[in-house]
Design a protein around this ligand. Structure first.
Ligand SMILES: [Fe+2]
Length: 130
C-alpha cells in the first residue's frame, strides 16, 4: 500500500532518494497501525509524525534549493504547497489522536500518503529530468 514506485522518479538522485525515505517513514506508521500487539500507540505515533515532519521539512528545503538554482519557474507556488503540507501536520490534534488512536491515525496516514503521491506525480514531475 505504501511504497515508492517508478512513476515517482524525477531523475534527480537526491530528490528521488529523499522521496523514498518519506515512504519509508509513512510505512513505519502503517506497520504500527497494523500491529495488534501494541495497545497504546500514542507515543510511537507522535514520534513517527515528528520524524515525518522533520524529514519532510529537510527534504523540501533540499528540493527548493535545487529548484532555485535551476531557475524553476513555478517555485513560488511549489513552495506554498510544501508549506501547506507542513502546516497540516503541525495542526494535527494530538488530543483527538490519543482518544481515538486507530481511526484518527488512519485518517492522518491517508492524508499523508495521498498528499505525497499527488504532489510527486503532479507537481514534482514538472521539474523531472528523465
Ligand atoms: Fe515538491
Amino acid at each position: 500500500m505504501i511504497a515508492w514506485k517508478e512513476d515517482y522518479e524525477v531523475g534527480i538522485d537526491v530528490v528521488d532518494s529523499q522521496h523514498k525515505e518519506l515512504f519509508v517513514i509513512a510505512g513505519k506508521a502503517f506497520d504500527l497501525l497494523k500491529n495488534e500487539f501494541v495497545t497504546d500507540k500514542y507515543d510511537a505515533m507522535v514520534e513517527i509524525l515528528e520524524e515525518l515532519k522533520d524529514y519532510a521539512a529537510f527534504h523540501f528545503e533540499t528540493e527548493e534549493k535545487y529548484l532555485e538554482e535551476t531557475g524553476f519557474k513555478k517555485l513560488f507556488s511549489h513552495k506554498m504547497e510544501h508549506a501547506a503540507f507542513l502546516q497540516e501536520i503541525e495542526a494535527i490534534d494530538l488530543e483527538e489522536l490519543d482518544e481515538n488512536q486507530e481511526e484518527h491515525m488512519m485518517r492522518i496516514l491517508q492524508f499523508i500518503v495521498n498528499w505525497i503521491d499527488r504532489h510527486i506525480l503532479e507537481k514534482d514531475q514538472q521539474f523531472a529530468v528523465k
